[in-house]
Design a protein around this ligand. Structure first.
Ligand SMILES: *Cc1c(COP(=O)(O)O)cnc(C)c1O
Length: 394
């Protein structure tokens, strides 16, 4: 618009840290334990209480939690895992870490979530070809839960396991129950990366109601080492025993302190995000070519992202609009370029044209700024700039 140096700069996401968060971290730094202390179990317990799930295992990232969740479900060589192409690469990479093969199920364009209809058809075909998946990782994109009830029904019919990649969705609900209750899944994963709903700097968590899965994940988080329940006669009092090949996926006390402090604010963060989305919906109702992607019915979204669909534009116009908005210091971002179109996945045999709804989504959508400290005035400005940029590219 005008080239005044006073143009504000907006990112698509921002963490929200207050003095209590800072003090919580400082307190840990002055304490005796920087890792593997009481705050870890406190943080895990508080998330369990908040969600209404039985077990929680905090890790150094959601990627680590996804990896351990796959291992706990005994995903390995020769197994097939399905996920959505519209996700962060970690949703698919975790299966590859375990030596499994990956395939994708296309999305419903309107919700950008896995299409249960297409899933059901793909399962029918897979059953005939004897290529049923062992596990499906569903992704609650932007904080909106997938249709877990119908996915659960399919999991019973076809005998696959379900992980919910709820990296975006802590604080959201499905059919009036918090995402993470695992009523319709085996394990749910959360991310605490700074762009997500609440943050620990880096961090993640697996939640489950299954004691055996929880035990496996907890064990693999710490090198596969146990301190009781030995297989061998202890050779001495120093003894601990490595029973499986685990990892160091531990989270620090510093991070857990931040997580505990952030968790206190989660409902207010999610409420603010919903209010901001309502305001965006109102503001975009005056722009014919743009609409905000809304949560499906039965879903209270945590709205990690404000995604816009731009109607009736071609691939070039989408690119130009994106560039133009960024040049106005509004740092929009695409969530996500389809996983199967990355070079690594193309080398595995995936091709352009395989998941047309995902590809259409990726060339007609992107995320605009959304975070709790965004104001209605900021939103007015952002929408005005987008409207101006749109008028220039059409
Ligand atoms: C952020 C994210 C991850 C990975 O989270 P990290 O904590 O950064 O490892 C996985 N899946 C989705 C959908 C994400 O958005």
């Amino acid at each position: 618009m005008n080239n005044s140096t006073e143009n504000p700069f907006f990112r698509y996401a921002n963490h929200t840290i207050d003095q209590n968060d800072i003090q919580a971290v400082v307190n840990v730094l002055k304490s005796d334990f920087l890792t593997q202390g009481k705050l870890l179990t406190d943080f895990e317990g508080l998330v369990c209480d908040y969600i209404g799930a039985r077990y929680a295992i905090a890790t150094n990232s959601a990627t680590s939690a996804l990896h351990l969740a796959c291992l706990a479900l005994e995903v390995g060589k020769g197994d097939l895992v399905w996920t959505s192409p519209i996700s962060f690469v970690a949703s698919a990479n975790c299966a590859l870490y375990c030596g499994a093969n990956i395939d994708f199920v296309d999305i419903n364009y309107n919700t950008a979530l896995i299409s249960v209809d297409l899933l059901s058809k793909k399962l029918e075909r897979a059953k005939k070809n004897n290529t049923l998946p062992k596990l499906i990782i569903v992704v609650h994109l932007a904080g909106s839960s997938c249709d877990m009830h119908d996915i659960y029904k399919l999991s019973i019919e076809y005998g696959f396991k379900v992980i919910e990649d709820a990296s975006h969705a802590i604080g959201g609900s499905y059919k009036n129950q918090k995402v993470g209750t695992c009523k319709y899944s085996d394990i749910t994963i959360f991310s605490f990366h700074p762009v997500k709903i609440i943050t620990t700097g880096e961090g993640g968590m697996a939640v489950t109601n299954n004691a055996d899965l929880a035990k496996k994940i907890r064990n693999l988080r710490g090198h596969g080492i146990v301190r009781n329940g030995f297989e061998l006669e202890p050779p001495g009092p120093w003894y601990y025993e490595m029973q499986s090949l685990g990892y160091n996926y531990r989270i620090t006390e510093i991070q857990c302190a931040l997580g505990i402090s952030q968790l206190k604010k989660i409902d207010s963060f999610v409420k603010l995000r919903n209010e901001l989305i309502d305001n965006y919906i109102k503001l975009f109702s005056e722009i014919e070519n743009i609409s905000i992607v809304k949560a499906p019915k039965n879903v209270y979204s945590s709205y990690h992202l404000a995604i816009i669909h731009i109607h009736d534009i071609d691939v070039e116009q989408h690119k130009n609009l994106f560039k133009f908005i960024r040049s106005e210091n509004i740092f929009v971002q695409l969530h996500y370029w389809p996983i199967h179109l990355n070079p690594y996945y193309r080398k595995l045999g995936f091709k352009q044209g395989q998941f047309p709804f995902s590809e259409k989504y990726a060339t007609s959508s992107f995320s605009i700024p959304l975070y709790p400290t965004l104001t209605n005035k900021d939103q007015d400005y952002i929408v005005t700039v987008i409207k101006y940029c749109l008028s220039k590219i059409l």
